[in-house]
Design a protein around this ligand. Sequence first.
Ligand code: AMP
Ligand code: ZN
Length: 117
Amino acid sequence: MEDCIFCKIIKGEIPSKRFYEDDLMIVIEDISPKAVKHYLAIPKKHYKLFSDMSDSDAEELGACIKKIGDIAPSLGLENGFRFIINQGDDAEQTVFHLHMHLIGGQKLYSCDYRNHD
Ligand code: AMP
Ligand code: ZN
């Protein structure tokens, strides 16, 4: 956790553009956007993997997801968005602190948002 880049962002040790924050999560801009709008919703609690959560953790995550639905229009995602959690090697997870990608602001034609050629 000490070396976790998202824990450092949450603590303010690494700068980020924050679009939303509450006691459970922050929403920041992805540093390498894959669409016109690309945000990361990052729970403040450090979970390495999506599948690490307990039942009560899952309740907290549910609250985060509900909030994302509420604030999506204020993020410029009123026409829709893709909601992605990458877990593990096959999904090419690169940061091992659970986060949700919110991708939109345009028509999303490819089902692989990384757009490998
Ligand atoms: P994933 O591949 O699902 O683990 O996603 C990690 C995401 O974090 C990638 O889309 C990166 O572009 C993004 N990312 C890495 N470092 C930063 C940072 N300092 N600020 C914002 N986004 C970042
Ligand atoms: Zn972390």
